[in-house]
Design a protein around this ligand. Structure first.
Ligand code: SAM
Length: 301
């Protein structure tokens, strides 16, 4: 059973917060298998298989139909999220940014699948066991990075700047930063510190992309927890012992978009509903997970 989050806790891709990276890759694997016109991540399914959580492997490969185990909105949500960040990076590098930092890279394979312009350096930052696993597994699969990929194995609640700089990061050059699927797994003050640090390290012309969620309306947080408990229970019945409501930090926090604006970033935002419509996908139905509240924000400094 998953224990509650603690200061300094750590994980691999089969445990605690690490498993959420495997879940995200599973959703990309399902999206790739069922809707390749939108998402084509050929590394998602092999990475999930390598992690070895049987239920997630069977869902990723299609051996087990997603059905009620992974609802349609979760898969469509993964599609628009993947496309949002892919487009963000392609636009940034197309405009001449050659330094990219993917915060909380998990099993994201962008460093191996996007057509990065020559000379692009991509830093992938995540917990040590996460980045080491991905590097090793993709090498065993014969995959080659499509950029100069550098891994930074560090906890993002700690001082991660020294580790990033010793991997070669140059704060004098404009950077494209992403924090995808990360902020809710950080305590509120660590989120603020992370956004402050990103800003301090951003030369003029830098770009940032993340998700921003307003604080819950009264009662909505319990609804989300109940939904997460429902999914966890269903998955436990299928042999995967997780407790998703315990992995996130609930409660009040600064909303990322206004916080970044206050730090001097000029942002644009799109809601999940808008992105679904823009890609010809059906609207959200039941939304206990409050995906409709989520705004995908990106901008420049
Ligand atoms: N961005 C990836 C994606 O969208 O597929 C992974 C998202 S997954 C939901 C959350 C990721 O955040 C995990 O890979 C986890 O290891 C990472 N993460 C969360 N808290 C972290 C921390 N304190 N330090 C380093 N990585 C962290």
């Amino acid at each position: 059973m998953t224990s509650t989050r603690q200061h300094g806790d750590d994980w691999d891709l089969a445990s605690s917060v690490g498993a959420t990276a495997t879940m995200a890759a599973m959703a990309r694997a399902i999206a790739t298998r069922t809707d390749r016109r939108l998402v084509d991540d050929p590394f998602a399914a092999p990475l999930v298989r390598a992690v070895g959580i049987d239920l997630l492997t069977r869902l990723a490969t299609g051996e087990l139909p997603s059905g009620e185990l992974v609802d349609r909105t979760a898969i469509d949500g993964a599609k628009v999220r993947t496309l949002f960040y892919d487009e963000f990076f392609l636009e940034a590098t197309g405009a001449g940014v050659t330094q990219v930092v993917i915060l909380a890279s998990g099993l994201d394979s962008r460093a191996y699948r996007l057509p990065w312009p020559a000379g692009t350096v991509v830093y992938e930052v995540d917990q040590p066991r996460v980045v080491e696993f991905k590097t090793r597994t993709l090498a065993e699969l014969g995959a080659e990075p499509t950029a100069d990929r550098r891994v930074v194995a560090v906890d993002l609640r700690d001082d991660w700047v020294a580790a990033l700089r010793s991997a070669g990061f140059d704060p004098a050059r404009p950077t494209a930063w992403s924090a995808e699927g990360l902020l809710g797994y950080l305590p509120p003050e660590a989120q603020d510190r992370l956004l402050d640090t990103v800003t301090a390290l951003s030369a003029p012309g830098s770009r940032v992309a993340t998700e921003s969620r307003p604080n819950s309306r009264p009662g909505a947080e319990n609804q989300t927890k109940e939904r997460l408990n429902g999914i966890s229970e269903l998955w436990r019945e299928h042999g995967f012992d997780t407790d998703m409501a315990k992995l996130r930090y609930f409660g009040e926090r600064n909303e990322a978009a206004p916080y970044l604006t206050g730090l001097g970033w000029t942002l644009t935002a799109a809601g999940t509903g808008e992105l679904l419509a823009a890609h010809g996908l059906p609207p959200l139905e039941d939304d206990d997970l409050r995906m409709g509240d989520l705004r995908y924000v990106s901008g420049t400094k």
